[in-house]
Design a protein around this ligand. Structure first.
Ligand SMILES: [Zn+2]
Length: 175
């Protein structure tokens, strides 16, 4: 009975892992679409004016401006006027987004409508490299091919032995 069966785990050696990863990376590069993750806007102090006692603009142009006059955030205004960049709030919201290449599967068959109440025709599955994990979780929305989506389940790490890829499911929200 004691046959010399190969240890199944032994097949998953470093070469196979590396072959697997280069194949999936090549698939993503060849067949992937560019996706955009729209991250929450971040708030920064206005570079164009000083801060007043109430933490709003002090109404004085910042003469040691970090940006050149060609930059939209550098707009001279006379003292006492409202700063044209922050309109007096001394706060600037900066939109933030990041692009990845992902394998995109529309209407994924494995999506369980009964468990979620979401029809699979509204669902898209993305496969990216795992580096996207934190941004996938933080993203307010995701755009692919001109449509907007929201994340509808926790991203799943996939791969052979090493979790190198990330699978995530999104629902279309723009009609
Ligand atoms: Zn300002």
């Amino acid at each position: 009975m004691a046959e010399n069966l190969p240890d199944q785990g032994g097949y998953f050696d470093a070469n196979l892992q590396s072959l697997y990863e280069s194949s999936i990376d090549q698939l993503i590069a060849d067949l992937g679409y560019q996706i955009t993750l729209n991250l929450p806007a971040s708030e920064a102090e206005c570079p164009n004016c000083g801060v007043g006692f109430d933490l709003r603009s002090d109404g004085i142009y910042n003469t040691s401006h970090p940006y050149p006059t060609s930059d939209a955030r550098n707009q001279y205004f006379p003292a006492g006027a409202t700063c044209p960049v922050c309109r007096g709030s001394h706060k600037l919201l900066t939109e933030d987004s990041v692009n990845y290449t992902a394998l995109v599967k529309y209407t994924p068959n494995e999506w369980d409508m009964n468990a979620t109440g979401i029809d699979k025709s509204e669902v898209v599955r993305l496969k990216t490299r795992i580096e996207a994990l934190e941004e996938v979780k933080r993203a307010d929305t995701m755009e692919v091919e001109g449509s907007l989506y929201k994340l509808i389940s926790d991203p799943v790490k996939t791969g052979l032995q090493t979790r190198t890829y990330l699978k995530s499911y999104w629902q279309r929200i723009d009609g």
